[in-house]
Design a protein around this ligand. Sequence first.
Ligand code: AMP
Length: 223
Amino acid sequence: MPAKKLARPLLFLGPPGAGKGTQARAVAAHFGVPQISTGDMFRDHVARSSALGRQAKAVMERGELVSDDIVSGMVAERIRRPDCAGGFLLDGFPRTVPQAERLETLLAEAGFPGPLAVNLEVSYTSLIRRLTGRRTCAVCGEIYNIYERPPQQEGRCDRDAGELTERADDREDVVRERLNEYERKTKPLIEFYRHRKALVGVNGDESPEALTGRLIQLLEKAA
Ligand code: AMP
């Protein structure tokens, strides 16, 4: 049976390491919509050493947030592309209240309904395990975890045998700063979307596969 269509744009909230990227990827594939990851977009700019990448690199290496204007401008351009016409999923945006306000304007201007926010609730122990165990395929971007979801062959992607790499900002001191940024700037978004009756919370501590199944069920009903 083909998947139900998304009635409104989805966005994923949750601290770094909650599994936003993994879940966003699976849910976007299920609904046949693009996954817009601002972190991936920045990493791509850094890898290409574009003007934006050169600006963002130092900020990202410190675990801080890139400015609201830069990231909102990048998202504004992205959601106007034709592949977003049938809906899309935001992963890692918004990260601050000003970004969430900007998103409301952008969506209204482009004729989309208000978004539904999915908040992944995860214990501190799981977060650290997920961040330090995370490995990403340098070729296709598939995400593994050496503890929870190891590849069949150590250091190689199951899909394309691409090299599995660690993110530069998954070092312990940077992780601590990213968690601080989350607490100060991103956590208030939970109240922001609860207030708009546009929030669903899910327990993100279960296995990635089980969580994907439950999320899809929930979103088929709610989104
Ligand atoms: P992520 O892959 O979502 O963890 O993002 C990696 C890094 O990119 C973050 O630590 C920030 O430096 C930057 N970044 C990604 N999305 C945003 C955003 N919405 N606002 C500000 N900075 C962001």
